[in-house]
Design a binder for this molecule. Structure first.
Ligand code: CA
Length: 228
């Protein structure tokens, strides 16, 4: 129940139309990503500042600043996983990308399937979500196996989605989770309702846990669990 293997917003930075279209289509249809495809590094950096992104696929050869420079600037303020697309087997390109903080690279030409597999491997490595059976923070203890939640040792009745949402917050203590990300992680990409659903469930959790400050609203960004 620890969220989706893939899903959420993937930022694709590629000026080549045919590659961009192919990758976007594959990742959206096969892997449930929402792909934001931009053709320049400048636009991508601005997008990353504006919206939460789970992973970046970044071409090196771009109009304007190149992929290396984009990677360097993104790393100045973000830990988002970055996969670089390098010209075929150019060793210096790969090394330079990794030194700038990219998490991995895929050499052109590549199949979308190969890229998708690499993305999954990176997410597993980078996000290494907690698989702990018992999660806790503040006065709350959550047990996955029995699906029980207690506050100060007293049991609290939660609905299925409230339980999943709380588990999601406990898995990401202190990390801001956007409403879109929470929708993806708890309800899945196919959920037809809007982000308002998240707000309603957060309000319910605050009430039932008797702790209005535990899950904090971060204006314009989402919610975060304040661990203590
Ligand atoms: Ca290019």
């Amino acid at each position: 129940m620890t969220g989706n293997a893939t899903g959420g917003v993937l930022l694709l930075v590629e000026d080549d139309d045919s590659i961009g279209r192919l990758v976007k289509q594959y990742l959206e249809q096969k892997d449930g990503w929402r792909v934001v495809w931009l053709r320049s590094g400048e636009e991508a950096i601005a997008e990353l500042r504006r919206h939460p992104v789970r992973l970046v696929v970044l071409d090196i050869g771009l109009p304007g600043i190149d992929g290396f420079e984009v990677c360097r600037r993104m790393r100045a303020h973000s830990k988002v996983p970055i996969v670089m697309l390098t010209a075929r087997d150019e060793e210096p390109d790969r090394v330079a990308g990794l030194e700038l903080g990219a998490d991995d690279y895929v050499a052109k030409p590549f199949s979308p399937r190969e890229l998708a597999a690499r993305i999954k491997a990176i997410l597993r490595r980078v996000e290494h979500r907690s698989e702990d059976e018992v999660l806790s923070a503040r006065a709350v203890v959550l047990r996955r196996d029995s699906r029980e939640v207690t506050v100060d040792g007293k049991p609290v009745e939660l609905t299925g989605k409230e339980f999943d949402l709380l588990a999601c917050f406990l898995e990401h203590p202190g990390i801001v989770l956007s409403r879109e990300r929470l929708l993806d992680l708890v309800w899945g990409m196919t959920y037809p309702g809007g982000t308002r659903t998240v707000d309603v469930h957060v309000a319910q959790l605050r009430r039932k846990l008797g702790d209005p400050d535990g899950i904090r609203t971060v204006r314009g960004a989402g919610y975060k669990l304040v661990p203590s």
